[in-house]
Write a protein that binds this ligand. Sequence first.
Ligand code: HEM
Length: 481
Amino acid sequence: MTFIHAFLPLGLHLCSVLVIAFWLFRTTQKILLCRNKSTDNIPPGTGGLPLIGESLQFLSANSSAKGLYHFVHIRRLRYGNCFKTNIFGKTHVFVSSVESAKAILSNDFVNFTKRYVKSISELVGDQSILCATQEYHRLIRGRLSNLFTMDSTSSFIKHFDHLIVTTLRSWEHKQTVVVLDDALKVTFQAICKMAISLENPNELEMLQKDVGQVCEAMLAFPLNLPYTRFRAGMKARKRIMEMLKKIIDERRQGCGECHEDFIQSLVSEDEKLGCKLTDSQVQDNILTMIIAGQITTASAMTWMVKYLDENQEIQHTLRAEQQLMLADKNPCGSPLTIEDLNAMPYASKVVRESLRMASVVPWFPRVALKDCEIEGFKIKKGWIVNIDARYIHLDPTVYHDPSEFYPSRFDDESKPYSFLAFGTGGRTCLGMNLAKAMMLVFLNRLVTTYRWKVMDPDSSLEKWVLFARPRTGCPIRVTRV
Ligand code: HEM
């Protein structure tokens, strides 16, 4: 064997190593260039790895104690107020100014429409109002808004008040109470009664477990494979759909007792709109209401308890207002009413401030229906543009001393598009008044019954949740007022 024959394979190996190293160097260089510079006025940011983009970083933020929003936070620090990323194969842009919120939300249905990541839309179902665009959105929003009548809200408040009073009574002899656990339970009970007249404790418990699994899967990788979080969520969704289908069949056949709840109104033909909803339209939207209403409200209530513990003077002012309101109430000891809730100006500001600080729904996703420009950057048709409400709520140019819990900042009207806890425009939260009512009832009964101390001030966040909430669930110890 000659010298050349002996060393030829080694030389070939060396060449291929050099070619691969050169390719890696060029690719990294391109990625870095793309990170630091935006070409053609495209928002800065990296597309991440081929196919999966930055999905792994997104999922890893979701499973960390810093919470999902940390994914957005660190990129905004790196690239500025408008940046681009790629999640689950889609280009996402995040924007975080009042001006961009206005540009997008005032053009909903014209230049933009709502679009959730695939995992969420598969779990709530394609007939859900959350996934609805244009015509179908108008139809379904019309039907769902009709459910929130004055009568239904009044009886809801009365029922919710009863649940809260019972729950608080059970706290008296407990060593420690985990606020989030009871808040989730009580909001779930209230919404299920209003939506489907479900009150059986065992059935409620099973349904709450299933709804919890659906929610946990919402930000999982949307691959329906055995033993994955997403598969578990889809199976839970199937069980919920079957349960709702049974109720729908009974209601359509007119058997059993007569109910005045959301599902009854949705299965009946709307005389004004002249349309009948299909079973899957009813099923997806009942599930949506339960999900949209329970976890958001319970998380907001939990944050409110934490903020009030950290701000004793505010708690003191609030207690004085609430005690005065109860003292004036006639007959004394009767359930709270809409009128009572309207006579709580300071408590309403406490609720608003808690919603601002907590930003339970941190950003709102929209898809661009055409090429356009936001914050001076080009946005291409099909890209998802997310309005970062949390940043707007904590922007010092919008709110003075934004990290201070200061309800009186709402003595004056907020500037348009600066308070986005419930969104604004054609997609504003349908349950906004119900959510505020639940928070006010809870606040009134809590501060007039107990003083409390948060036992574990750990502020790390729970993993795998769409709406940020404390990992500890906010354990408190209560003493009678
Ligand atoms: C504190 C509690 C709540 C918060 C913070 C909240 C927040 C929000 C936000 C920010 C949006 C719209 C975002 C966007 O523009 O994309 C929304 C939409 C919605 N919310 Fe709520 N929500 C709460 C409670 C409720 C309740 C109690 C219900 C019903 C029982 C409800 C039902 C809905 C529905 C159906 C939509 C979709 C509206 C549409 O797309 O037209 N929410 N919510």
